[in-house]
Design a protein around this ligand. Structure first.
Ligand code: ADP
Ligand code: MG
Length: 617
């Protein structure tokens, strides 16, 4: 039986479950969805309040978490219990952030510098994942309150430079908040979608996304081909943003109005001054002068002064743009569209400077602090199947690879790689005259194929007789837009080839998929050990084989004594190979190597000597 829900807010029938888009920002977060009637993305907000929820969590004396505007009020008065910028801590160890430890006004635990950081408030410890989950939970509650319907599914954005750990941490935060995160997408990708970039079939364009938020700046160069977004480069400064603009104004006032230390010692007054500075900055986006009163004094600042104060900061972002272009191997004229993201791009000087630098108008019509969430909502709509014209910007849920020596998994296409995709790698034989090669295709995150899921297997046969290591077998993986994987193996010297088609996700439920990912984390340490052992064994076996062959061929060049030491080293290695000790195997491999290397060099010398004889100088 199909479930039909009624959206109480709009009164309309809701056939599909709602999937929302969430921008989990460093400074502000918000939630958006496609309006069921207008089909346009909208940011959710309660009547006459802002759609932005400050990404701040305040813990009261009872340990209750309060999120957003309410929490912000405690920022300066109770810094120890008011956590801002938790996003900066996602997937980080204390070592990763220690150079910036002063930035965090609350207690970041530093006694274990290697593990993931935690924040301490009173006698409670919070991981960045938990802190982010409080923000997500607040957004979810808000949305449910506004829509009067449960919200459980979301697309969440992360910076393009987030690594796998940080993306996973974001997913975990969603889970803790009771949200099923269907997809994590890059913030610049979402912003482009909000401008309709990448939504047309056959579209091919190169764009720059310039994102200046509250405390961070990044610029990404994206290549959009047929609905696929590829990040060519990213650059930026994770400690540069609108807060620095506010700070510059505060500094200016301190100097010009001779505000005393005493006045500033007063917490409330200092906070008031910072808030006035932010107000001034925002006002100067539309006016030429800002005037106010503070602690009985008149304060003012003109647009011209403000611009001179922030010019060096804006210049810094231009340098980042230059670096990003360089890393992408592109020049200004290769960039066809520029998308402005982040509240701080409202500052006219920022817009003008960027437009002048790229020598073309910038996209700035969509509200810059909502644009990422709106794009996430568009992606969510595509996932919900409501927008059939659009190619699904899909990624591989699990890594795809083949079995190599010793039963190891060799990944060709990693998890979360975009679809369609192709990848290839060359392999060779390890036995002389080997005429066939078995290609076994697996899916999963574990290091040993036996722990992963076998998708297919086929034989590349008819390889002409060649010494081991001579054939060049190119194995290529190609996933098309429907997620169908085509595996091809081709021996390049002879040209023989063989291929097979597989459906990687076929028969895997979400729960199984999740289990496979969880296992890969649980067993990561064991897997690393097994992999190291298998690799040591493979190497040991190889050198044994080579030495044997060498002895059979070149016995005449080796003295009896040498033969004896070699034989005993070989025996020792053979023994080690039967044990589970990779260090011992390494050691015995090295010893045999040390003994046999001089022989090989000697044979080389002879070969060169023979060759030289043929050429009369
Ligand atoms: P983040 O992506 O880091 O969460 P946002 O994109 O929400 O941040 O940007 C927040 C920043 O934008 C703050 O520093 C805020 O002061 C600034 N901002 C918002 N509106 C304006 C405006 N009208 N003029 C200048 N700066 C603004
Ligand atoms: Mg942002």
């Amino acid at each position: 039986m199909a479930k039909i829900a009624i959206n109480i807010a709009t009164g309309s029938l809701q056939k599909e479950e709602i999937i929302v888009g969430i921008d989990l920002g460093t400074t502000n977060s918000l939630i958006a969805m496609i309006h069921p009637e207008s089909k346009q993305p909208i940011a959710l907000k309660e009547h006459d309040s802002s759609s932005l929820v400050p990404s701040i969590v305040y813990f009261d004396e009872m340990g209750n978490a309060i999120v957003g505007e309410e929490a912000r009020k405690h920022l300066e008065t109770e810094p120890q219990r008011t956590i801002f910028s938790a996003k900066r801590l996602m997937g980080k160890s204390y070592n990763d952030i220690k150079d910036r430890a002063n930035f965090f006004a609350y207690k970041v635990i530093d006694d274990d510098t290697e593990s993931l950081v935690k924040v301490q408030v009173d006698n409670k410890f919070y991981s960045p994942v938990e802190l982010s989950s409080f923000i997500l939970k607040e957004l979810k509650n808000r949305a449910e309150h506004i829509l009067k319907t449960p919200v459980t599914k979301a697309v969440v954005t992360v910076p393009a430079y987030f690594n796998d750990t940080q993306r996973q941490a974001t997913r975990d935060a969603g889970k803790l908040a009771g949200l099923d995160i269907l997809r994590i997408i890059n913030e610049p990708t979402a912003a482009s979608l909000a401008y309709g970039l990448g939504l047309k079939k056959g579209e091919n364009t190169t764009i720059a996304v310039y994102d200046l938020g509250g405390g961070t700046f990044d610029v990404s160069i994206l290549q959009i081909t047929d609905g696929i977004f590829e990040v060519l480069s990213t650059n930026g400064d994770t400690y540069l943003g609108g807060d620095d603009f506010d700070h510059a104004i505060v500094e200016y006032w301190l100097k010009e109005w001779e505000i005393t230390e005493e006045e500033l010692q007063h917490n409330k007054l200092a906070q008031g001054l910072r808030l006035k500075a932010e107000e001034a900055k925002k006002a100067l986006s539309f006016n030429d002068l800002y005037e106010t009163e503070w602690n009985g004094d008149k304060l003012s600042i003109t647009k011209a002064v403000f611009e001179s104060l922030i010019q060096p900061l804006v210049d810094k972002t231009i340098q980042c743009c230059k670096n990003a272009l360089k890393d992408a191997d592109l020049t200004i004229k290769d960039i066809e569209n520029i998308v402005m993201v982040g509240g701080s791009t409202r500052v006219p000087l920022v817009k003008e400077t960027i437009s002048t630098f790229f020598n073309r108008p910038v996209f700035d019509k969509v509200n810059p602090d909502e644009v990422v969430a709106l794009g996430a909502a568009i992606q969510a709509d595509v996932l919900a199947g409501n927008n059939k014209d659009v190619l699904l910007l899909d990624v591989t849920p699990l890594s795809l690879g083949i079995e190599t020596m010793g039963g190891l998994m060799d990944v060709l296409i990693p998890r979360n790689a975009k679809i369609p995709n192709k990848a290839g790698r060359q392999y060779t034989t390890h036995i002389d005259g080997q005429s066939g090669m078995r290609i076994s295709v697996y899916q999963g995150e574990r290091d040993m194929v036996k722990d992963n899921r076998k998708l297919a297997e086929f034989n590349l046969s008819g390889i002409p007789g060649m010494p081991a290591g001579f054939p060049k077998v190119e194995v290529s993986f190609l996933i098309n837009a429907d997620g169908i994987l085509m595996v091809k193996a081709k021996e390049l010297r002879s040209g023989i080839e063989q291929s097979i088609e597989v459906k990687p996700q076929y028969g895997l439920t979400d729960a199984e998929l999740e289990q496979m990912l969880m296992d890969s984390i649980t067993y990561a340490k064991d897997d690393m050990k097994t992999r190291a052992l298998v690799e040591a064994r493979t190497e040991g076996e190889q050198i044994l084989g080579v030495t044997e062959k060498f002895l059979a061929k070149n016995a005449s060049l080796i003295s009896k004594e040498e033969l004896l030491t070699t034989a005993s080293a070989m025996q020792a290695l053979q023994m080690a190979l039967t044990m589970e000790d990779k260090d011992l195997i390494h050691q015995k491999t090295e010893e045999l190597n040390d003994i046999s290397r001089p022989f090989a060099e000697r044979v080389m010398d002879d070969a060169i000597a023979i060759a030289m004889k043929g050429y009369k100088i």
